[in-house]
Write a protein that binds this ligand. Sequence first.
Ligand code: TXA
Ligand code: MG
Length: 325
Amino acid sequence: MTRPRITRSIEEVTAALRGGQVVAIPTETVYGLAADATNECALELIYEVKGRPKRNPLIVHFASKELAWEAGSEIPDTARRLANRFWPGPLTLIIRKQAAVSPIITAGQETVAVRVPSHPVALELLKFFPRGLAAPSANRYTKVSPTTAEHVVKDLEGRLNLVLDGGACAIGIESTIVDCTQAQPVLLRPGYVTVEELEQTLGIPVMFRNVGGTLSPGQHAVHYAPDAKVHLSEPDKIDHLIAGLRDRGEAPLVISAQTPHLGTSVTWWQIPDDPAEFARRIYGYLREADAVGFKTVVIATPNQDGIGRAILDRLEKAAQSPGTT
Ligand code: TXA
Ligand code: MG
């Protein structure tokens, strides 16, 4: 196994998945590392390729909500309403699992994460897998999620044979995750579908479970982390932070909407005004910063409403990185 090959052939990928391989596939959020949800050897392989601890469960992707519901033992009304409104799309729902769902998918839990993605290539492929494709994001554990086929090739060289190319991901950050197993729905990971939209659809408040729950490794401290050390700053305090870093002899990359006022030795990349565009590009910026060799990156925090909350969530996790790996 050397460099993963990029293909556009659904037929080839279907055959590989049926043969028990793991294959990276596109979704509208990020690329996923997929295996046939009914093949336990292939499911084990996902954890191995990703370097992910077995205690972290996988999302199962389906072609339709009817098929997704077959993985559940009971489908709460909240899950139905959210699925009706947001599927196919960037939303993952946690429901109680049906007995046939493999414990390798659920990390031994009684619940399962299900999602119907909207990417046309993913949907076409999923038609061949009525029991679903299990897939975490196709990055090495704790690293930045891939949003192009080329990112996957770079991350998983020597560990994977095949990547199904579906172009650059339209959304660029992972799905919103909502636990629907209790009367009160709980947001486990903010994403493109916002809390405001969830609450509007359900007509009840949605709680947010922070670190300390056993459930979402997306909530672990180091995640989505580039090699560079990331510092976050409110936009109006950024010049002060940069000055401090420069005094320590650092030459940071600054990613912000406004031009920093500090002239030379600071490289500036401009954040697009549209928050959705920022979300689409954020992982690309972090990868590019590493590729160019920046050791220090300063990023202006976005507004917290709408998708800004999900962007900030990912940036905070990137900033907790020790910056040494
Ligand atoms: O957008 C996405 O969600 C992408 C694409 C490929 O679909 N997938 C993704 O998967 O981000 P992953 O594995 O990187 O993140 C899924 C998160 C993990 O934090 C996992 O712990 C959580 O979902 N999860 C999976 N099953 C769960 C369950 N039964 N209960 C609670 N959390 C669960
Ligand atoms: Mg992930």
